[in-house]
Design a protein around this ligand. Structure first.
Ligand code: NAI
Length: 329
């Protein structure tokens, strides 16, 4: 089609934005034949920096980039958007309690949820990358009653990709040899990367690894604490890999998952695998034409059950906290 797809990105002048925008503009999200119009949202003090990023986008002369609009009003920037990548969020600063963080982000995601509700296109798909991603997605969804709940998702694809990298390293394989890995729960240190259903070159991954101590004491903490390890090494939080995962997640949602494989996406729970209904929790999903389905019928062993329950309990606590703050109904 020649009608540009309108892609909104919030926090566009931030670190992830600086990697994400250029990849979207170059066709990594929608393919080389689909023109894209970027709709970039920032807070007022960051608009000048964003103008500089726009200059660089212009100077890249991307064949697929059809236009760019920037602004600080979500009601204007989100008008007619088909895809919204909600990256901008309030980072946790020194001395900030979890309640303060949820409240600060609540202020952002209530407003953006309402603006999407009132102005986005009918086919809108929303990916929340900004932390706390699952609960921010829940807040946006709860403030957008006219948008079907399944159009909201939160990013756990970076965790999924991190887990693939660790498993490939351990098994001496390449990430393309791996299938059916799952991230369950919250995008936080309680997330559970599950290899009990994963495959390494067609064989069960847990059996190939055959090392429960590695799973428990090495693999899990490495994946769960990877964000902190990158901050420690780089002096800045992961940005290019987070942008890449935001693209992977949204592209695969729109274009479909590969036959015989699945993805990890945080989506609204229907109660599958005893994850409380209504929470935005990461599941194994297959996707097709912009729709997702939770993979059903997986046997959950006792070890996995405990880990999934711990992470979904944390999501329940976050939900209760934002409910107490009046951010969701
Ligand atoms: P950053 O601080 O460099 O950029 C964030 C940008 O958002 C800033 O330019 C800021 O002005 C903007 N912003 C703040 N409030 C806004 C609002 N109401 N509307 C529009 N823009 C707003 O942060 P960075 O590194 O780009 O990360 C962004 C978010 O992504 C953070 O919350 C971070 O924790 C999260 N993240 C999530 C990951 C995931 O796997 N889900 C992985 C890595 C980061």
């Amino acid at each position: 089609s020649t009608t540009p797809v309108k892609v909104a990105v919030t926090g566009a002048a931030g670190n992830i934005g600086y990697s994400l925008l250029f990849r979207i503009a170059s066709g990594a999200l929608l393919g080389p034949d689909t023109p894209v119009e970027l709709r970039l949202l920032e807070i007022t003090p960051a608009l000048k920096a964003l103008e500089g990023v726009v200059m660089e986008l212009d100077d890249s002369a991307f064949p697929t980039l059809a236009g760019i609009e920037i602004g600080d009003d979500p009601n204007v920037v989100f008008d007619g958007v088909n895809v919204a990548l909600l990256v901008g969020a309030r980072p946790r600063t020194k001395g900030m309690e979890r309640g303060d963080l949820l409240e600060a982000n609540g202020a952002i995601f209530t407003v953006q949820g309402k603006a999407l509700n009132d102005h986005a296109a009918d086919d809108i798909r929303i990916t929340v990358t900004g932390n706390p991603a699952n609960t921010n997605a829940l807040i946006a969804k709860s403030n957008a009653p006219d948008i079907p709940a399944e159009r909201f998702s939160a990013l756990t694809r970076l965790d999924h990709n991190r887990a693939l990298a660790q498993l490939a390293k351990k098994t001496g394989t390449h990430v393309t040899d791996l299938k059916k890995l799952t991230i369950w729960g919250n995008h936080s240190a309680t997330q559970y990367p599950d290899i009990f259903h994963a495959e390494v070159a067609g064989k069960n991954a847990a059996e190939v690894v055959n090392d429960q101590a590695w799973i428990e004491n090495d693999f899990l903490p490495t994946v769960q604490k990877r964000g902190a390890a990158i901050i420690e090494a780089r002096g800045a939080s992961s940005a290019a890999s987070a942008a890449a995962a935001t693209i992977d997640h949204t592209r695969d949602w729109l274009k479909g998952s590969a036959e015989g494989d699945w993805l990890s996406m945080a989506v609204v729970s229907d109660g599958s695998y005893d994850v409380p209904e209504g929470l935005i929790s990461s599941f194994p999903v297959t996707t097709k034409d912009g729709n997702w389905e939770i993979v059903q019928g997986l046997e959950i062993n006792e070890f996995s059950r405990g880990k999934i329950d711990a992470s979904t309990a944390e999501l329940g606590e976050e939900r209760d906290a934002v409910k107490d703050l009046g951010l969701i109904g």
